[in-house]
Design a protein around this ligand. Structure first.
Ligand code: SF4
Length: 447
């Protein structure tokens, strides 16, 4: 748990020498507690106090990074139990589980399909994060070949599922040049798995049936030299998932219980009695770090990716699109010109309606700091001056030969001011809802 200013002060020399550029040790302690100063600014702090302060300032959930040529997945470093307290930082990685007993050509075909899966969601590219490959064969060479086959098609990060250290070692040889997660150390094999993880400098998953056993294992593994770990508490139902994963998050954050302060890996499809997509959705919301799916089903994956995107969006920073003039359905100089804000959902609502209606059109998207129309107007971020300025910045006069601008019906009040700001332009008040754009244009737009 983070130390208060007074607790930090007790660990400082208390000489008020000012060498840290603060007038007193207490002032420095307060800045340290607020994370606005660095401990290294005090040259007189003792080694013992330094160790205590550094331990207290370490993240309660260790950051774990797995990567490959084509990307990386970082999980951990979360600071809150509930998203509304601040935000969640590192999106859980979604992986598809494959097996090394698969025919290599079939394996490549599957990987190519999943690797190519990309979907655009309000301007954000969503995709599967990587592959988990399991050594079902029990043969190191077969495992290595399967990994090479995957890497010949995809550059995404990997999770290597191996039950013995010799197979794990072969897996790391096969994935040379990347940094996979090694899964998993347990009560039986942890000592040899630790050696393989250390040799490859890769993170290690730890599996146990109870939280006590997990905590016991992580302490032993840490003492043996592996810092980056991922926990598998073996949850396969809705209720035990909720209980165990919430307990882990609370122990890590509320009690600063370091032995369980690691990201969590889950396998929501391991139990045939539960709906994999539903359980994966639960793990996205509470509190999976790496989620390994049995099935690659684009429809389910899309739902999970969108859910993840929404849960891991900072509630104080709306998703935005780039301000500018957007073309819809190949517009020309006679096409209608509409204006809106750069809040993604607003933009896509309008763009999709215009696109679906078949009308060619220009959409001027102003910089309203990612707020929706009414919110931006109320906050003074979508006013006549700003619209006129962006119309000029993005050269709308060169796009259209007419001088008509359609504003959202919700801000009809801006029409008078806008006509003053944009002399020679006719300001038309559009519909309040995007869904009415087609009927509005049919009734009001004359070329
Ligand atoms: S340098 Fe250290 S001892 Fe000196 S005032 Fe700052 S905190 Fe206190």
């Amino acid at each position: 748990m983070a130390l208060s200013g007074l607790e930090i002060y007790k660990l400082l020399p208390q000489t008020n020498c000012k060498d840290c550029d603060y007038p007193t040790c207490l002032a420095f302690a307060m800045k340290l507690a607020a994370k606005q100063a660095s401990l290294s600014d005090c040259p007189h702090v003792s080694e013992e106090a330094k160790a205590k302060l550094e331990a207290a300032s370490a993240p309660p959930i260790t950051l774990v990074e797995i990567k490959a040529e084509g990307g990386e997945v970082k999980v951990g470093n979360e600071t809150v139990v509930f998203r509304h307290e601040k935000t969640f930082y590192h999106k859980p990685g979604l992986f598809w589980r494959l097996r090394d007993t698969e025919d290599l050509e079939e394996l490549k075909r599957k990987v190519a399909d999943a690797d190519a899966y990309h979907v655009d969601y309000v301007g954000i590219d969503l995709y599967l994060d990587g592959f988990a490959i399991e050594a079902v064969s029990g043969d190191p060479e077969t495992f290595k070949n399967a990994i090479s086959a995957i890497l010949s098609i995809s550059k995404k990060p990997l999770i290597l599922i191996a039950s013995t250290s010799d197979i794990a070692k072969a897996g790391l040889e096969g994935s040379d040049g990347s940094r996979p997660l090694l899964y998993a150390a347990d009560g039986e094999n942890w000592e040899t798995m630790v050696e393989v993880a250390k040799q490859g400098d890769v993170p290690l998953a730890v599996r146990a049936d109870t939280l006590d056993e997990l905590a016991d294992l992580t302490q032993k593994i840490k003492a043996a030299g592996v810092e980056e770990m991922v926990l598998d508490p073996g949850v396969h139902h809705y209720l035990d998932s909720l209980q165990q994963l919430t307990t882990l998050r609370r122990l890590a954050l509320k009690k600063t219980f370091r032995p369980l302060g690691y990201p969590i890996i889950t396998f929501p499809g391991a139990n045939e009695e539960v709906d994999e997509t539903l359980l994966a959705a639960e793990h996205i919301t509470k509190y999976g770090g790496l989620i390994v799916l049995e099935e690659f089903n684009p429809a389910s994956l899309y739902a999970l990716l969108v859910l993840r995107q929404n849960i891991y969006t900072d509630p104080q920073k709306p998703i935005q699109v780039q301000p500018g003039v957007y073309e819809i359905n190949s517009p020309d100089e006679n096409s209608p010109l509409m204006v809106t804000t750069n809040f993604s959902i607003t933009y896509f609502s309008i763009a999709n309606e215009v696109d679906g209606s078949g009308w060619p059109g220009w959409l001027l998207v102003t910089d309203a700091e990612g707020m929706s129309v009414l919110t931006a107007w109320a906050a003074g971020k979508f006013d006549a001056e700003r619209i006129a300025k962006d119309a000029k910045t993005f050269n709308v006069e060169e796009k259209v030969s007419h001088r008509k601008l359609i504003i959202p019906g919700h801000v009809a009040v801006l029409s008078g001011e806008l006509e003053e700001e944009m002399p020679g332009w006719e300001i038309m008040v559009g519909p309040r809802e995007a869904v009415d754009i087609n009927s509005y244009l049919k009734a009001m737009w004359t070329k």
